[in-house]
Design a protein. Structure first.
Length: 132
């Protein structure tokens, strides 16, 4: 199994947080043990932005997360390439306005992978298969 992880999902997974639903945790564990977890590089920017705005995660937390992702052989930090950019432009702005959400969903669309997310608007959009 291979999945894309939304920002909150990968943070909660790495932290071992109980906020991560059991279905999401199972998908991430299975993916990390098999075909890998994809994390959009947009997630790193998204998390930096959170450190500057809501501060629900600190810069040290983001640094630890990035080190953990870099150290895992089964986590792919996926760049925003042409396929992701093309998928981004196909997402109606009225459906997803947040650029980070759009980038993460576009990554899942471009790779044709399910997205592990709790995000209501993303799940309701039916733009990609979601797991929670």
């Amino acid at each position: 199994m291979r999945v894309v992880a939304d920002s909150h999902a990968i943070v909660w997974y790495v932290q071992g947080s109980s906020r991560l639903a059991e279905g999401a945790r199972s998908a991430l564990v299975e993916s990390e043990q098999s075909e890998g977890i994809v994390v959009s590089v947009a997630t790193l920017v998204d998390l930096w932005y959170v450190t500057q705005t809501t501060q629900s995660i600190g810069a040290d937390d983001v640094a630890r997360l990035q080190a953990r992702l870099d150290a895992s052989a089964n986590v792919d930090l996926h760049a925003i390439d042409v396929a992701v950019a093309d998928a981004f432009t196909l997402i109606p702005r009225t459906v997803l306005t947040d650029p980070w959400d759009r980038s993460i969903v576009a990554t899942a669309k471009a790779l044709a992978l399910p997205l592990v997310t709790r995000d209501g608007p993303i799940r309701e959009s039916n733009l990609v298969e979601t797991i929670w």
